[in-house]
Design a binder for this molecule. Structure first.
Ligand SMILES: [Zn+2]
Length: 403
């Protein structure tokens, strides 16, 4: 029966739900915001709306004790890469919350972070409801960061760290007002600012056995991608297995070092010659056994000439199944990202050949620190794995391209 007058004609619940679903995105003003920075990378205290959140490693907001980070030290508010959501809704609402998740990660569903509900507080100063500061992170160490310091427990409501990869999306999937959920689908792509193409060659012994398993190399690649996601740089790998070329004999244990004849034969056969891409060779380093896990023939320093942009990875020392302590973050697994970093920053070691005045924490956690200083230590409370300077160098390298 049709209504016969203009009296209130309340929608039935189903119709109301459909109405809200169709209108919610337009009726609700949802802003993703990031801190406005000054020319020195310092936060100004103000926020600006953005559609491009970034992946980060916690930086700033670290409490030190005798030069080392302490347990309750991580303050997302102080990290310039944080984001928050702001909703312009009436101050007299009882409660406002949003549900956020990450989706469509190219690294696979392992990186798709489950939905978490985040409660907003009303800010009378801003006349809006705002979330706490939150961070997009690229690995499970940061994502699982212990909850005792107010960053929320992973995959629980109020979690303030969210796992993502470059190419994935941060998504608001629901807005809850006074306890009633309204489904929405607001997506914010986290894009690559730069790309690098990297060829990986795994040599085979004469009997056809690869010198290292592809699974192990893929783990190195995964960890390297997670590091470079933190500086907006997508690493594009192409992995192939090849026989040892003429002039390379692995039966004597390795291929020597410092542009040995065997190394030159290897680079001449399969490698790069001052081109704009990178070649990585997994090969037993040398029979004598130095301590190097890898070596990058970078443009600085030893003048590698036409052999620049080749990287040697020791297939024995970087193979977790053969060496190093157990666990995903065994030292050798950061070597690939470290060696690539030598080429992209075109510099030697952080805290040694440059940034000599860096703090202990920075030295302990920077991926370009010299071996033995802690470049292998992955701790979420550390500084960003790359500094801003390193990020700028990487982005201006002639080995990177625009997407
Ligand atoms: Zn190095």
């Amino acid at each position: 029966m049709l209504p016969t007058c203009h009296s209130a004609n309340p929608l039935n619940p189903v119709t109301a739900a459909i109405f809200w679903r169709s209108k919610a995105d337009r009726l609700l003003k949802v802003d993703l915001e990031m801190p406005i920075l000054d020319g020195n990378d310092q936060m100004t205290g103000s926020y600006a709306s953005t559609s491009e959140p970034v992946v980060s490693k916690m930086r700033n907001g670290i409490i030190l004790n005798e030069g080392l980070p302490v347990a309750s030290d991580l303050n997302i508010d102080l990290c310039p890469d944080h984001f928050r959501f702001k909703l312009e809704l009436d101050s007299n609402l009882n409660s406002v919350a949003i549900q956020i998740e990450t989706v469509d990660n190219p690294g696979g569903s392992e990186y798709d972070d489950d939905p978490d509900k985040i409660t907003l507080e009303y800010s009378s100063q801003e006349s809006a409801w705002v979330t706490p500061s939150m961070l997009l992170v690229s690995d499970h160490v940061d994502d699982d960061y212990p909850p005792e310091i107010n960053v929320g427990e992973d995959d629980e409501d109020e979690d303030r760290t969210h796992l993502i990869q470059l190419g994935g999306k941060l998504k608001v999937s629901e807005i809850e007002i006074n306890g009633s959920g309204i489904p929405v689908a607001l997506e914010y792509a986290v894009s690559e600012k730069k790309q690098v193409y990297i060829n990986v060659v795994i040599l085979k012994y004469s009997d056809g056995t690869p010198v290292i398993s592809e699974d192990e190399v893929n783990l190195h690649i995964k960890i390297a991608k997670e590091r470079y996601a933190q500086v907006g740089t997508g690493l594009k790998f192409n992995v192939i297995l090849r026989d040892s070329p003429e002039g390379v004999d692995l039966s004597d244990g390795g291929i020597g070092e410092n542009l040995s004849d065997e190394m030159v034969a290897l680079f001449d056969a399969y490698g790069t010659a001052e081109t704009d891409d990178i070649y990585v060779f997994y090969v037993p380093y040398n029979a004598e056994g130095n301590n190097l896990h890898g070596y990058a023939f970078a443009g600085f320093g030893e003048n590698p000439g036409v052999y620049a942009n080749n990287i040697i990875m020791d297939s024995v020392k970087t193979d977790h199944s053969q060496s190093g302590p157990p666990g995903v973050f065994a030292p050798a697994r950061f070597t690939l990202g470290h060696e690539i970093g030598h080429l992209l920053t075109n510099r030697a070691h952080f805290g040694d050949q440059y940034a000599e005045s860096a703090s202990n924490v920075e030295k302990l956690t920077n991926i370009m620190a010299p071996a033995g200083v802690g470049s292998s230590v992955d701790i979420p409370r550390g500084n960003k794995r790359f500094t801003i300077d390193q990020e700028i160098w990487i982005h201006s390298s002639n080995l990177v391209t625009n997407p």
